[in-house]
Design a protein around this ligand. Structure first.
Ligand code: PRP
Ligand code: ADE
Length: 177
Protein backbone atom coordinates (compact mmCIF):
# COMPACT_ATOMS: atom_id res chain seq x y z
CA UNK A 1 0.00 0.00 0.00
CA UNK A 2 1.54 3.36 -1.02
CA UNK A 3 0.34 5.69 1.73
CA UNK A 4 2.76 7.97 3.59
CA UNK A 5 1.00 7.05 6.83
CA UNK A 6 1.82 3.39 6.24
CA UNK A 7 5.41 4.27 5.32
CA UNK A 8 5.74 5.91 8.75
CA UNK A 9 4.29 2.79 10.42
CA UNK A 10 6.72 0.58 8.51
CA UNK A 11 9.69 2.75 9.53
CA UNK A 12 8.92 1.98 13.20
CA UNK A 13 8.52 -1.81 12.90
CA UNK A 14 11.69 -3.31 14.38
CA UNK A 15 13.31 -6.54 13.19
CA UNK A 16 14.59 -9.06 15.72
CA UNK A 17 16.52 -11.95 14.11
CA UNK A 18 16.26 -15.38 15.79
CA UNK A 19 13.32 -14.52 18.08
CA UNK A 20 11.59 -16.43 19.62
CA UNK A 21 13.53 -19.26 17.95
CA UNK A 22 16.57 -19.51 15.65
CA UNK A 23 15.56 -18.79 12.06
CA UNK A 24 12.53 -16.59 12.87
CA UNK A 25 12.81 -12.91 11.94
CA UNK A 26 10.42 -11.30 14.40
CA UNK A 27 8.69 -8.11 13.21
CA UNK A 28 7.92 -6.10 16.36
CA UNK A 29 4.91 -3.77 16.08
CA UNK A 30 5.16 -2.36 19.62
CA UNK A 31 7.44 0.59 18.68
CA UNK A 32 4.50 1.87 16.59
CA UNK A 33 2.32 1.99 19.72
CA UNK A 34 4.97 4.05 21.51
CA UNK A 35 4.47 6.80 18.92
CA UNK A 36 0.91 8.13 19.36
CA UNK A 37 0.83 10.15 16.11
CA UNK A 38 1.86 7.14 14.01
CA UNK A 39 -0.33 4.73 15.99
CA UNK A 40 -3.29 7.04 15.32
CA UNK A 41 -2.44 7.11 11.61
CA UNK A 42 -2.36 3.30 11.57
CA UNK A 43 -5.76 3.09 13.26
CA UNK A 44 -7.16 5.65 10.80
CA UNK A 45 -5.97 3.56 7.83
CA UNK A 46 -7.40 0.37 9.38
CA UNK A 47 -10.79 2.03 9.91
CA UNK A 48 -10.74 3.31 6.30
CA UNK A 49 -9.96 -0.21 5.06
CA UNK A 50 -12.85 -1.76 7.00
CA UNK A 51 -15.24 0.94 5.74
CA UNK A 52 -14.10 0.31 2.15
CA UNK A 53 -13.98 -3.51 2.21
CA UNK A 54 -16.77 -4.31 4.68
CA UNK A 55 -19.19 -1.38 4.86
CA UNK A 56 -21.85 -3.56 6.49
CA UNK A 57 -19.60 -4.90 9.27
CA UNK A 58 -21.48 -5.69 12.50
CA UNK A 59 -18.70 -7.07 14.71
CA UNK A 60 -14.92 -6.69 14.85
CA UNK A 61 -13.10 -9.80 16.08
CA UNK A 62 -9.52 -9.49 17.37
CA UNK A 63 -7.08 -12.39 17.68
CA UNK A 64 -5.13 -12.89 20.92
CA UNK A 65 -3.02 -11.15 21.68
CA UNK A 66 -1.87 -8.54 19.23
CA UNK A 67 -5.24 -8.29 17.47
CA UNK A 68 -6.47 -6.82 20.78
CA UNK A 69 -4.21 -3.79 20.24
CA UNK A 70 -6.25 -2.65 17.25
CA UNK A 71 -9.68 -4.31 17.25
CA UNK A 72 -11.46 -2.42 20.05
CA UNK A 73 -10.34 1.02 18.77
CA UNK A 74 -11.50 0.18 15.25
CA UNK A 75 -14.84 -1.11 16.57
CA UNK A 76 -15.45 2.06 18.60
CA UNK A 77 -14.74 4.25 15.58
CA UNK A 78 -17.20 2.20 13.48
CA UNK A 79 -19.79 2.10 16.25
CA UNK A 80 -19.92 -1.70 16.24
CA UNK A 81 -19.05 -4.34 18.81
CA UNK A 82 -15.78 -6.14 19.51
CA UNK A 83 -15.29 -9.79 20.46
CA UNK A 84 -12.02 -11.60 21.26
CA UNK A 85 -10.71 -14.89 19.94
CA UNK A 86 -8.65 -16.17 22.87
CA UNK A 87 -6.27 -19.00 23.56
CA UNK A 88 -7.79 -21.97 25.40
CA UNK A 89 -8.98 -21.63 28.98
CA UNK A 90 -9.28 -17.84 29.20
CA UNK A 91 -12.95 -17.23 28.39
CA UNK A 92 -15.93 -18.09 30.65
CA UNK A 93 -19.31 -19.43 29.57
CA UNK A 94 -20.34 -21.54 26.59
CA UNK A 95 -17.54 -21.71 24.03
CA UNK A 96 -16.66 -22.98 20.57
CA UNK A 97 -13.06 -24.01 19.86
CA UNK A 98 -10.60 -24.89 17.10
CA UNK A 99 -7.01 -26.24 17.08
CA UNK A 100 -4.38 -24.59 14.90
CA UNK A 101 -0.69 -24.67 13.91
CA UNK A 102 1.63 -21.64 14.22
CA UNK A 103 4.91 -20.55 12.63
CA UNK A 104 6.45 -21.60 15.96
CA UNK A 105 4.09 -24.03 17.77
CA UNK A 106 0.45 -25.17 18.12
CA UNK A 107 -2.50 -23.89 20.14
CA UNK A 108 -6.29 -23.88 20.61
CA UNK A 109 -8.50 -20.85 20.00
CA UNK A 110 -11.88 -20.22 21.67
CA UNK A 111 -14.75 -17.76 21.36
CA UNK A 112 -17.80 -17.15 23.53
CA UNK A 113 -20.86 -18.38 21.61
CA UNK A 114 -23.01 -15.59 23.04
CA UNK A 115 -20.87 -12.98 21.24
CA UNK A 116 -22.15 -14.03 17.79
CA UNK A 117 -25.45 -13.91 15.93
CA UNK A 118 -26.31 -16.16 12.94
CA UNK A 119 -25.24 -14.55 9.66
CA UNK A 120 -23.63 -11.57 11.38
CA UNK A 121 -20.97 -9.78 9.27
CA UNK A 122 -17.60 -10.08 10.98
CA UNK A 123 -14.21 -8.50 10.24
CA UNK A 124 -11.20 -10.25 11.79
CA UNK A 125 -8.26 -8.06 12.82
CA UNK A 126 -4.71 -9.11 13.69
CA UNK A 127 -1.22 -7.62 13.62
CA UNK A 128 0.42 -10.13 11.31
CA UNK A 129 -0.17 -12.90 8.77
CA UNK A 130 2.70 -15.41 8.69
CA UNK A 131 1.89 -19.04 7.78
CA UNK A 132 -1.83 -18.18 7.85
CA UNK A 133 -2.63 -20.93 10.36
CA UNK A 134 -3.95 -18.47 12.92
CA UNK A 135 -6.19 -16.57 10.51
CA UNK A 136 -7.45 -19.79 8.88
CA UNK A 137 -8.39 -21.19 12.31
CA UNK A 138 -10.11 -17.93 13.30
CA UNK A 139 -12.18 -18.00 10.10
CA UNK A 140 -13.20 -21.62 10.81
CA UNK A 141 -14.14 -20.72 14.37
CA UNK A 142 -16.33 -17.79 13.32
CA UNK A 143 -17.99 -20.03 10.73
CA UNK A 144 -18.60 -22.68 13.44
CA UNK A 145 -20.60 -20.18 15.51
CA UNK A 146 -22.73 -19.28 12.48
CA UNK A 147 -21.40 -15.80 11.71
CA UNK A 148 -19.97 -14.66 8.38
CA UNK A 149 -16.36 -13.49 7.95
CA UNK A 150 -16.50 -10.74 5.32
CA UNK A 151 -12.92 -9.48 5.63
CA UNK A 152 -9.60 -10.25 7.34
CA UNK A 153 -7.37 -7.25 8.05
CA UNK A 154 -3.74 -7.47 9.16
CA UNK A 155 -1.07 -4.81 9.51
CA UNK A 156 1.85 -7.01 8.34
CA UNK A 157 1.97 -9.89 5.84
CA UNK A 158 5.07 -12.09 5.50
CA UNK A 159 4.56 -13.02 1.86
CA UNK A 160 7.27 -15.73 1.68
CA UNK A 161 5.19 -17.89 4.03
CA UNK A 162 2.18 -17.79 1.65
CA UNK A 163 -0.31 -17.52 4.51
CA UNK A 164 -2.76 -15.82 2.18
CA UNK A 165 -3.17 -19.11 0.27
CA UNK A 166 -4.63 -20.75 3.42
CA UNK A 167 -7.20 -18.03 4.05
CA UNK A 168 -10.32 -18.51 1.96
CA UNK A 169 -11.86 -15.16 2.95
CA UNK A 170 -10.88 -11.74 1.52
CA UNK A 171 -7.70 -10.59 3.23
CA UNK A 172 -6.07 -7.13 3.29
CA UNK A 173 -2.56 -6.40 4.54
CA UNK A 174 -1.11 -2.91 4.88
CA UNK A 175 2.62 -3.75 4.92
CA UNK A 176 4.30 -6.68 3.17
CA UNK A 177 7.77 -8.15 3.67
C1 PRP B 1 1.36 -14.19 16.11
C2 PRP B 1 0.70 -13.05 15.39
C3 PRP B 1 -0.43 -13.72 14.68
C4 PRP B 1 0.11 -15.10 14.37
C5 PRP B 1 0.47 -15.23 12.93
O1 PRP B 1 0.68 -14.45 17.29
O2 PRP B 1 0.28 -12.03 16.27
O3 PRP B 1 -1.59 -13.82 15.50
O4 PRP B 1 1.29 -15.26 15.19
O5 PRP B 1 1.09 -16.47 12.66
P1 PRP B 1 0.57 -17.49 11.56
O6 PRP B 1 0.07 -16.69 10.38
O7 PRP B 1 1.80 -18.28 11.22
O8 PRP B 1 -0.47 -18.34 12.15
P2 PRP B 1 1.22 -15.48 18.39
O9 PRP B 1 0.58 -16.79 18.16
O10 PRP B 1 2.70 -15.42 18.42
O11 PRP B 1 0.58 -14.94 19.70
P3 PRP B 1 0.70 -13.58 20.52
O12 PRP B 1 0.05 -12.50 19.67
O13 PRP B 1 -0.10 -13.90 21.73
O14 PRP B 1 2.14 -13.30 20.77
N1 ADE C 1 4.01 -14.06 14.45
C1 ADE C 1 4.32 -15.11 13.68
N2 ADE C 1 5.44 -14.90 13.02
C2 ADE C 1 5.89 -13.68 13.39
C3 ADE C 1 7.01 -12.89 13.04
N3 ADE C 1 7.91 -13.34 12.17
N4 ADE C 1 7.13 -11.67 13.60
C4 ADE C 1 6.20 -11.22 14.49
N5 ADE C 1 5.14 -11.92 14.85
C5 ADE C 1 4.98 -13.14 14.31
Amino acid sequence: MTDSRIERVKSLIKDHPDFPKPGILFRDIFPVLRNPAVFQELLDVMVEQVKAKAPNVELIVGLESRGFLFGPSIALKLNCGFAPVRKKGKLPGEKESVAYALEYGTDIFEVQKEAFKPGQSVVIVDDLLATGGTMKAACELIQKVGANVVECLVVIELTDLKGRDKVTKPCTSLITY
